[in-house]
Design a binder for this molecule. Structure first.
Ligand code: SAM
Length: 283
């Protein structure tokens, strides 16, 4: 387990991933009934963009820093507002120093009746995450294998909510593991919303992944992707993807508005592209 999210916090992939996360939560908040967010690969929760790791790569400068100063039309600004509110909540007014990871963003949006369960396997990161949420009775942090938790913690007692799966993709076979984990989780809780993040490096890996999802028998699978440059050889990260199972019915339309703008803001010289596709529809 060498992956450290601190090097990548706030990069273009985080911006897209966390925008989708906030749009799903905004939808769940339309009803008063409580929901649960299960964040299976949570990271440490909060990142210092001027710290050693983020400072070394500076990836956030091409991600969240660009979005913070982007000119958005009022409809886009309204959709992006919950995400930017979660970022701003960690920073002094007008500044960008700290970046909230997925558990902090989710927690920012919870109401009194909602709960967050965050899992992190790396001992030091799990400890840091626990410290970041010390005393918070709406959040449970566990040092546990997020893949295993999907078998044991579903369905949540609220019977409404989101499972966010954001593994580091540092070992081979992660795409196959995603399909197996989704099949297992979906069998236990067919009505849950699932958001599975994936990196776009080699388009062949992504095609095989999508083919396996299509063959899985699971329906209502939405594919959302954004690339910021053309693929290169040897493959390096040039795009970010999210598979959303049982997406809120408004999500496709919202992302059809937001992804073109994010593609423009997060890429150089208009090289950004987006792709939205139903891998499987209702049936
Ligand atoms: N979701 C976070 C966010 O959006 O801010 C970033 C997560 S980062 C991409 C992946 C995290 O998964 C790392 O912190 C890593 O230590 C952790 N991890 C790796 N394998 C894991 C496993 N089997 N179970 C839970 N966490 C794991």
């Amino acid at each position: 387990m060498n992956y450290r999210h601190a090097f990548h916090a706030g990069n273009f992939a985080d911006v897209v991933k966390h925008t989708i996360l906030t749009r799903i939560l905004a939808y769940l908040m339309r009803k008063d009934a409580g929901f649960r967010v299960i964040d299976t690969h949570a990271g440490v929760g909060l990142y210092d963009l001027l710290g050693d790791e983020a400072g070394r790569t500076g990836e956030w400068r091409e991600g969240i820093a660009r979005l913070m100063v982007a000119k958005l039309c009022s409809a886009d600004a309204e959709l992006i507002a919950p995400y930017l509110a979660a970022v701003n909540a960690q920073n002094a007014q007008g500044e960008l120093r700290y970046y909230p990871g997925s558990p902090f963003i989710a927690r920012h949006m919870l109401r009194a009746q909602d709960r967050l369960m965050a899992l992190e396997l790396h001992p030091a990161d799990a400890e840091a995450l626990k410290e970041n949420f010390a005393g918070d009775i709406q959040t449970r942090i566990t040092q546990l294998d997020g893949w295993a938790a999907m078998g044991t913690h579903l369905p949540p007692k609220e019977k409404r909510g989101l499972v966010l799966v954001d593994p580091p993709f540092e070992i081979k076979g992660e795409f196959e593991r995603m399909v197996q984990a989704l099949a297992k989780a979906h069998a236990r809780w067919p009505g849950g919303i699932y958001a599975f993040w994936y990196p776009i490096k080699d388009p062949k890996d992504v095609s095989a992944y999508v083919d396996s999802l299509r063959a899985s028998g699971i329906t209502k699978i939405l594919r959302l992707e954004l690339t910021i440059r053309a693929p290169s050889f040897p493959p390096r990260l040039h795009g970010t993807g999210m598979i959303v199972v049982n997406p809120p019915f408004v999500l496709e339309g919202e992302m059809r508005k937001l992804l073109p703008k994010l593609a423009e803001v997060l890429s150089d010289e208009g090289r950004g592209r987006y792709h939205i596709e139903w891998v499987r529809g209702e049936s």
